[in-house]
Design a protein around this ligand. Structure first.
Ligand SMILES: [Zn+2]
Length: 118
């Protein structure tokens, strides 16, 4: 009985935290999707892409422009709350290419407001 109460409490708190930390706008998310044009980790396109926090929420990450990339369902589920470099190495993905591209994409997103018109 106690346990389920605690679980409910934890779930509520989690939801509340997620709300507070979420400051990525829909427009920013659309721009991120367009910039990557596929899964940020494995490059899959055409898949349903989900918001993935590079630094997981459980490790202090937030849903912000600098911390969110599109991930396919498979990458998102597999990465879960692992540290991104650890996970990419384990998956034999090119974490260096990812980090470089992520930095470039972020720079373009921040500076590119006007010229970003399709
Ligand atoms: Zn992927």
């Amino acid at each position: 009985m106690n346990r389920s109460r605690a679980a409910t409490y934890a779930r509520r708190r989690k939801r509340r935290m997620a709300k507070v930390e979420h400051d990525l706008t829909d427009a920013q998310w659309a721009a991120i999707l367009e910039a990557w044009a596929g899964c940020a980790y494995c490059g899959a396109d055409g898949a349903a892409l989900q918001k993935d926090c590079i630094l997981p929420i459980s490790r202090g990450g937030r849903y912000t422009l600098a911390n969110v990339v599109p991930a396919c369902r498979s990458c998102n589920a597999s990465k879960c709350n692992l540290e991104v470099v650890t996970w990419m190495r384990r998956k034999k993905l090119d974490e260096r290419a990812f980090l470089v591209r992520q930095a470039e994409t972020l720079r373009a997103l921040i500076s590119g407001g006007d010229q970003a018109a399709v």
